[in-house]
Design a protein around this ligand. Sequence first.
Ligand SMILES: Nc1ncnc2c1ncn2[C@@H]1O[C@H](COP(=O)(O)OP(=O)(O)OP(=O)(O)O)[C@@H](O)[C@H]1O
Ligand SMILES: [Mg+2]
Length: 246
Amino acid sequence: MQTIIEAIDVQKNFDAVEVLRGVSFALVKGETLVVMGGSGSGKTVLLRLVAGLIRPDAGQIRVFDRAIERLSEEELLPLRRRLGFVFQGAALFDSLSVYENVAYPLREHASLDEAEIRARVVRNLSLVGLGGEVLGLLPSELSGGMRKRVGIARALCVEPEALLFDEPTGGLDPTNSKLVGELIRELRGGVCDTAIVVTHDLELARTVADRVAVLIDGRFATIGPVGAVLETTDSAVQAFLAGEAR
Ligand SMILES: Nc1ncnc2c1ncn2[C@@H]1O[C@H](COP(=O)(O)OP(=O)(O)OP(=O)(O)O)[C@@H](O)[C@H]1O
Ligand SMILES: [Mg+2]
């Protein structure tokens, strides 16, 4: 089984704050790992470390079988291009149309002509259930659920081998959250079968996870299949899950 992303005892501090105090996991090809944890527990920090956007203070992060923590920006780029990022809050460019938002990573990374870019943009929007009528719209003219979908289409545009989602259902109502969860699950059937999904959303975890990890006090308090995590006897995890289920 091919390991796509691996963290080995990763630690990360910001000034005096120990955010990650020893996180370890291995994500294998074809697997979706959901990372849950309270606000400020370090979920986004973990994704940023995996993307090589920040460096750990200790421990190792391996992406496509290469230790990345000492790589230069130039050495990181080809690895980063094999990953798709769906940022917290969709993070679209407000002044750019849907078309230009989705095309953006293609213009950055690939040497495609405009016809190829257009074909990929249209294809990836259709994968997330959006038609040509949204191409010319600005992000402000879209619903929250549509913005998330555009963010996912943008991440898919580079044909990533693994997707990293940061709160893909954050801020959405239950109906749209459910639709986005179903979309993420469907993507596994061919488009991109490997993912890390960071979320507060237990329902999303149930929909997409092969394994769930719960980040508490800088470590994974538990990691395992959804059912096992829900039945945990660890009191800190129980308390977290009880809080999320409210
Ligand atoms: N660049 C930074 N400089 C200083 N502190 C930071 C930085 N990035 C993150 N932190 C701190 O690290 C901690 C974890 O932040 P992180 O954004 O990973 O939380 P999170 O689990 O993603 O929370 P949320 O669910 O609210 O998105 C917080 O205390 C945050 O203030
Ligand atoms: Mg976050």
